[in-house]
Write a protein of this length. Sequence first.
Length: 610
Amino acid sequence: MTQRTPPLSRLPAGKQRQRRTQQRRWLNRLWSWLITLAGCSVIVALLGIFVYLLTQVMPLFKPVTALQVDVAQQPPTVDITQVEVPAAAATAAGFEVVFSLAEPLQGYLLLAASNGEACLWWQQQPAAGCLQRLSLTDRTVSLTALHFLAGKQSIVSGDSSGQLKQWFFLPDERGQLRISWIKPYARRDAAIVDIAPELGRSGFAVLDARGGVSLFYANLTKPLWQGQAAEYQRATRLQFSQRNEQLWLLGPGEPTVLQLDNRHPEISWRTLFQKVWYEGWQQPEYVWQSSGGAELRQGKYSLVPLTIGTLKAAFYAMLVGVPLGILAALYTACFLSEPLRGRLSQLIELLALFPTVIIGFLAAIWLAPALEQHLLALLLFLLLLPLLVLALARLWPRLPKRWQQIPGSGWDLMLLAALLFVAAYLALLGGDTLQQQLFSGSFRFWLNEKGVSYQQRNALVVGLAMGFAVLPIIFSICYDVMSQVPRQLTLGASALGATHWQIVRRVVWPLSLPGVLAAVMLGLGRALGETMIILMATGNAPISNFNLFEGLRSLTATLTIELPEAAVDSSHYRMLFLVAILLFIFTFMANTLADLVRQRLKRNFQRLDT
């Protein structure tokens, strides 16, 4: 018979305590393992998300490859229809026309000679002769290739020195097209033999006299791929297949076929973070435009407008939320007495439960039109309120003593609230009067006349709405930090004769500063990740400026709007993953800095308690 362990109730008291201690030890160890496992799982999940995002983004920056394959089909048909040069155009040019290109929209004709001299002739004004004369090459070289890129809004020329140049059709002050030189491309080793544009994209292939083949994209000056082989020297023409997956080198004898892996030529670090001069644009710009529309399928994927929009919204939200949150927490924790302190703090913390979609809806439907109508009144209110508070503080010591003895801390709060309403009333009254007298009835139109663009859904609306959303987070953390300042420090300062304000300024505030910084960083992380307010309260225009009265497009709004309609594995689809990585980095850095500051604050308080 095996000896059974007696129940715990039958063991001596010492044995019972020992067994309970052992059970608690094992239970604590189990909970420690579970907490450690949960923490590790969170870290692994974050790393997994980041790695997955990277795997989706890496194909964007994959080098272009070209592999020679066997010829298994007929070469693609080549449109070699020559542009018929009218006699009036040839006469106006005054030289032997070797190259001729027809602009399809307005009927312009570009004629060029072998020495690079060119003439721009317009069919609607044949008697005017050449509207523009220019030289497409240097004087010492000859023009050997001239082709439109897809869309026929830009031209690429090649000469006998191997130089490639891009030219745009741009309208002048009178609306007539002119040819403008845009940029040179990397020089080739020999004379340019042929230039072949891609179909539906702004890429092109170049063949030189030494058998060198290069792939370019219009926005990049350096080649995406280049290769040279002996069989390439027999080629005299280049032609892309219908889907740009193959490049045919045509000439005497068997053609040579290159299988291309060039899915995302428009994506590079330069196009993501630098200004790019796109076809039809008057100057280089930061542009986010996922669909090309009339400009072919040439997506424009600059991350600068989205990054600026995200930082712009967060900046104006913090400009509203940080002062209000910190000062409200300081007043509540240090100047209000119970029970009003607890009730007010709970009320402000409950604002964090307010759905942001409702805040965005109210901002779009009510706040934006109200600000458009009473913009001057808002500016006057921001000026009048501090002036009235300072005037009241200056006047207060001169009032009779019995008026200065306010019964309880709730009355001063009511007095300040009344002052707030008085400032709002005076601002509305004065704003309407000034608008009629000084700004011809509309302050917004006056701003537009001065060159300041005003849009109804702008950064001001977003700043006020998002400031209301981040205020509870900042207030809650600041209030907790200021309430946890060791009481012996404040009592000691009071015993030494410090006033209430001196205690707050020299004891409470320095000790609370790390916690306040942590609250600001957490509020910043909240503002960077906000979606619904920005989506509903802005025009969602990717604008690259910090104008308070214009809209914006944020990273989060871009993901929300464009991800459902992005084609899988397209450049647009993978660019949205890159947007997600950028947003992930922003929020991760803000939250990590906030946690580091919080840990420092905790160590400081522990050192003070000891």
